[in-house]
Design a protein around this ligand. Sequence first.
Ligand code: PEP
Ligand code: MG
Length: 745
Amino acid sequence: MTERTDTESRKLLGRLRDELAQDAPGQTRLDKITALIASSMGCEVCSIYLFRDQETLELCATEGLKPEAVHQTRMRLGEGLVGRVAQRRQVVNTANAPKASGFRFMPETGEEVYSSFLGIPVQRLGEALGVLVVQSKDAREFSADEVYALEVVAMVLAEMTELGAFVGEGAAMSARHSHPVMIRGTTGQEGVAEGHIWLHEPRVVVVNPIADDPQREMERLNAAVDELRIGVDKMLSLAGPDQEQRQVLEAYRMFANSKSWMRRMEEDIGRGLSAEAAVEKEQSLARARVGQASDGYLRERLSDLDDLSNRLLRILTGQGQDTGAEMPPDPILVARNIGPGELLDYGRSLKGIVLEAGSVGSHAAIVARALAIPLVVHAKGITTEALNGDPVMVDGDQGIVHLRPDDNVVSAFRDKIAMQAEALQRYASIRDKPAETLCGAKIDLMMNAGLMADLPSLPSSGAEGVGLFRTELQFLVRNQMPKRSELSALYARVMDAAQGRPVVFRTLDIGSDKVLTYMKPNDEPNPAMGWRAIRVGLDKPGILRMQLQALMRAANGRPLYVMFPFVAQYEEYTQARAEVNKALERERRLGHPLPSKIEVGAMLETPSLGFAPRKFFEEVDFISIGGNDLKQFFFAADRENERVRRRYDTLNVSFLSFLEQIVERCAASNTPVSFCGEDAGRPVEALCLAAIGLRRLSMRPASIGPVKSLLRRSNLEELRKVIADTRHRGAMSVRPAVMEWLRDQ
Ligand code: PEP
Ligand code: MG
């Protein structure tokens, strides 16, 4: 790039900055800017198109096209050359626009006389905000240098749009981040909440995108990059032996030392951008590439670069995590993603959580469920749309987020909250009553837990104990292996909090989606069917033994209930049970007090165990059906895969028949059996499980009220007939018939 074009570019940006510094209405600014760019580029036309809504671009200012077309000419995303630039986020540069593919003639603008067309996306951090266009009569393609100069201008326009510099009255654009927006995501945890946005990672705001002393900006950039490199080196020297973490940090170091990254940013500064604007411009480009990359590895690396750019921006702007903003009293947390430990730090103060990425089975989702906080995942666009303090309503039942809702939405939503509160009161009134059906069957309702934070809901939920305590959560929320003494203290506190009610501890279920950061990762093609749960426990018994000892010490003379996850065959149970016996023996030898009794169960989560030899059913102390896993393997439908996970109904006749067969085998050997998958907490499903003979169900604490309420109003003998008739008819699912029967009640 020549010194001359650099200087011209800087001159244009300097004039742009002077224009923006004037106190003028948004429309006047836009008009002046288009005139400025057209004259500086030597073009007859310069136009700025901005998004009116997510799908519609609007001509907001023009020099050269007919003025009456301003705020009249609109196009949909992808429509015409302008729509194409916005949709693909790519430059269109053509000498013969009418012949270019996608061209659409818009007579009201009078643009037919212009042959050449250069359209540049106006985008900020991967979000398209509009299109900047220059056109001229002579048929020429714009040079790479001109394209680059205009890209720099587009970057400044994006920053100014974000800062609200073009907002005006009447036909002009209204402020961004001020309209109601509805975002449809996926349910992570049911429940509804109203509150105000709290951004987990506050956005860095670049208020000075243009700078006129490139030398000084280069120095600022270099100093910041040096600080960044030192920081990354320090992180590497402190990192443990974990290979994955080291690999990520090595990638950081590689980017931080990347010459081409530096060169691009220095070029941007040469053109007149400030150091932070140059960093953000490169970050925007990387984000646009993330959207297009199909390769997972490449996407990961681009997001490393994104993270690194954020760090650099924080160094340059001095805007740390702490922006001085105060957390609202009813915070709804918004983040791209969040780790379980960070989520636990917020604890119960959060009213709701909305994640741009995230997944239903992520650790964050597990924690949100444990804390009973409504959670929506896959909420596309939330991190760019939401501002700290914005009012928001989260509908975890439907997986919908209403950001800055209008009055109609607010009142409908409040009705829904009120109805739920009313229902809660109804449930509270039956809290101390038994879950006894009209035909006299008594069902034990237990709760699922995994954190100490769960235990306070035990008395208020009316649960008779903890039917499933997922011990892996304690391992997942830390970044190093917990010590035996820590675990035993924690388990003791859990038993104390249960006040004599039984707590069934499930030993560590890691593997599959639950990965411990401090353990060597296994690169398995199909982790859900891989080296997980009891398979890990038996192959590497160190942790299992430590955990069993911790449990025995926690029991300290009280009864102890332990179960093993993912037992697929009888021998696995006998081997695991032998570990319990060995641990007991060791504790005896060491002179520690032993549990007053110990019951050792197995989770039935693979179809194979349903067909285990009779001896297994006789030997095992109790069985707990893990319906989440059992269903995914029964139907071969991944519970994490949105495309298939809802495809097969729990009330499918084949699945119910299989469950019934398990219940019968347990009855024949007098083996207590319970069901602890998510379906136990869904009232209709719970009712059907009771109808096929299950007498113990373990569920989220919030489900106990609704399930008990329905059970107390139902006659299982009648329901059994409905199920039998449906089977007889050869229907696929009993759900329609059961729903009809319920409606008739
Ligand atoms: C299950 O699989 O049903 C279960 C309770 O275990 P998890 O959901 O923790 O895999
Ligand atoms: Mg399971």
